[in-house]
Design a protein. Structure first.
Length: 654
């Protein structure tokens, strides 16, 4: 019995110690005043995690979290975070696929960078250096704003943005600058000098996905380029060809933000308003284009018959000076994006009634022109909801289509109905006062029931290759509803142990961590949060890019014959559109007499001298790797033409 009790006590102590060691950071009782706060998270993008000192488990970081001494911070692909140091205006941006440790170096905070890339922004008043940077056990000196890249072998590269140490200087926009613009093109600029080189640009949503923007280039002396960019994070880099050497600028980054207009809140869409003794307020939700807006109210949807226009600063409501007359109106709110550019909210219709009748309730859901899908939800319930009214005894809900007609009396201001018939519907709600009078002016709204949708994958490429680092695969699909999409990715077709992701848009960047075949399925949720549509199972492959094979030349077995004019033509049977063909001719002494590069499968040499040659070719793939040489092909250029000489007929002269 004593042995059993002793073993049980040891097991309990072991479990307690394991729990203390393994529990996540957010459960730690140490998370309070006992740990030194060194920074705070001020911005976050996608998947960023933290491991506390002395812990094994990682926990997600959220915006506003405090960063403590000893914390290890890790970012995934297409992820980044910005932290602001305690008692300092300086900020540190930790880029994707990076890992750092906030450590103590003597009496000063040290940043021990294990791998990846960071950008240190030194604000005014922070001094020349906010912290010590350690890479591979070596201390790096920083001055001004700088980006630091750490390779896997511990080597480091420091790129300064405040000093003219590079071929490209005074780069604009600034690194990691937020740009509010409705345009799809952005100007990038550099210090224009009297150089003859031509500048082009690389761009991508990740440093691993940089590609040349075809057709966009400018002379170095111009000092700027207009570059197409997508909303969100954009990395960009300028390139100039100096002789045969490519000279690149530091890798830059900007965040392109689409301006969002204010969102009208009251009056609601098709709201019925009973005019009172005082004017009612117009209310809206603030957008991101500034705190100054213009409120417009008109008699028509085109806002040509304006009732009033009012500029409002630093508030989200407006009370007109007088009551509106009875009738139908439209209102909107707009913000200034630039001196001559405005961004407008949607136009909202509403009705003002000055009689004593009870007005019908305002419908809330389904929204006008909403779409629901049947087949996935066992109940196929559609929820109807409207604004609750005082001093009414009940409500009358009417739902109609060509093959459906239902009228329901209700005491509450919401209900759910099983909808299984595909078609287009209208619904409206009216009420009855406590003295038995029916409400007037019910608003009719539309919605549609569709069969279960099949989501289509928008991907033509199903195989992805990589060289040194594993690729980020952008999975794309069509979008049928405004709800979120649920993406499942697994290496087995039954999606066992699948990774699950939520996506608001129509694409998702997935980083594959090993070779193999992957399977993906996406489903979308409808307005009620239920599964509305699903895709077929997508199969795609990830593998290390193989070297290109040797070219296969079409012709006689190991022999080709040129014309007497020295023209040689042949075809490569196994080329790819993205590969170059490097073909060379050598004479009988092994000297190279001609070497050319071809981008298609037609190899053409002109003007060869009579004699015998050896033709060999190799492929160069999109990664600039050269493949094996083809077989040696004998080429003969004859001394005389093999064609008969032309016969000329004489001309008779009378």
């Amino acid at each position: 019995m004593k042995r059993i009790l002793t073993a049980l006590l040891i097991a309990i102590v072991g479990i307690g110690l394991s729990w203390q060691f393994l529990r996540p950071a957010e459960w730690s009782s140490n998370n309070g005043n006992n740990r030194q706060v060194v920074a705070r998270v001020v911005d976050l993008r996608n998947d960023v995690n933290r491991q506390e000192e002395g812990r094994l488990l990682w926990s997600a970081i959220r915006k506003g979290d405090e960063i403590y001494l000893g914390d290890k911070i890790k970012t995934a692909g297409l992820s980044s975070t910005t932290i602001q140091f305690a008692d300092s205006p300086s900020k540190l941006e930790i880029e994707e696929n990076s890992m750092i440790v906030m450590s103590q170096g003597g009496k000063k905070l040290s940043l021990n960078m294990l791998e990846g890339r960071v950008f240190l922004q030194q604000e005014e008043g922070s001094g020349e250096q906010t912290l010590d940077l350690i890479s591979g056990g070596k201390k790096l000196d920083l001055k001004g704003d700088a980006a630091i890249s750490i390779s896997k072998d511990g080597g480091s590269q420091v790129e300064s943005f405040s000093q003219s140490q590079s071929f490209f200087t005074e780069l604009k926009p600034n690194y990691s600058e937020d740009i509010l613009s409705p345009k799809n093109e952005m100007n990038v600029a550099w210090k224009a000098l009297g150089r003859e080189e031509v500048v082009f640009v690389l761009i991508g949503e990740s440093p691993l996905l940089m590609k040349k923007v075809e057709g966009i280039e400018a002379p170095f002396s111009k000092g700027k380029l207009e570059v197409p960019m997508r909303p969100g994070i954009n990395y960009w880099q300028l390139v100039a060809l100096v002789g045969e050497t490519e000279v690149k600028s530091p890798l830059m980054k900007l965040n392109l933000i689409r301006p969002l207009p204010p969102s009208p809140l009251y009056p609601f869409d098709k709201e019925l308003i009973k005019a009172g003794d005082r004017p009612f307020d117009f209310k809206w939700i603030k957008g991101n284009a500034g705190d100054t807006v213009v409120v417009e109210v008109a008699k028509d949807a085109d806002f040509k018959q304006m009732i009033f226009t009012q500029e409002i600063k630093d508030q989200t409501f407006f009370t007109p000076p007088s009551n509106l007359p009875q009738g139908e109106f439209f209102w909107r709110v707009k913000s200034r994006v630039a001196k001559t550019e405005w961004i407008e909210s949607r136009s909202v219709p509403f009705t003002v009634h000055q009689g004593s009748n009870l007005l019908s309730p305002t419908p809330l859901g389904p929204a006008d022109n909403a779409i629901f899908y049947i087949g996935r939800s066992p109940s196929n319930m559609v929820k109807f909801e409207w604004r609750k009214q005082d001093n009414v005894r009940g409500y009358d809900l009417k739902v109609q289509s060509e093959n459906f007609n239902r009228e329901t009396q209700l005491a509450d201001n919401s209900t759910s109905i099983n909808m299984t018939t595909v078609g287009k519907y209208t619904w409206e709600i009216s009420s009855e006062s406590t003295d038995g009078k029916k409400s007037v002016f019910p608003v009719s709204r539309k919605f549609e029931i569709r069969e279960e949708g099949k989501i289509q994958w928008l991907m033509s490429q199903k195989s992805f290759f990589y060289l040194e680092s594993l690729p980020i695969i952008i999975l794309k699909w069509e979008k049928k509803t405004s709800g979120v999409s649920i993406l499942q990715i697994s290496q087995t077709p039954d999606l066992k142990d699948a990774e699950n992701f939520q996506a608001q848009g129509r694409d998702f960047p997935y980083r594959a961590f090993k070779d193999g075949t992957y399977f993906a399925k996406v489903s979308t949720l409808d307005e009620a949060g239920e599964t509305a549509a699903e895709s077929d199972l997508l199969e795609f492959k990830v593998e290390q890019a193989p070297f290109p094979p040797a070219p296969v030349l079409v012709g006689e077995v190991n022999k080709l014959r040129a014309t007497a004019q020295g023209d040689l033509k042949t075809i490569v049977a196994n080329t790819k559109a993205s590969w170059l063909i490097i073909a060379s001719l050598t004479d009988e002494k092994g000297r190279v007499v001609d070497e050319r590069r071809f981008s298609d499968d037609q190899l053409v040499f002109n003007g060869l001298l009579p004699g015998k040659y050896i033709l060999q070719a190799k492929f160069q793939d999109e990664y600039r790797r050269g493949g094996d040489l083809s077989e040696r092909i004998e080429v003969e250029v004859p001394e005389k033409s093999m064609l008969a000489a032309p016969k000329l007929k004489g001309i008779k002269v009378r």
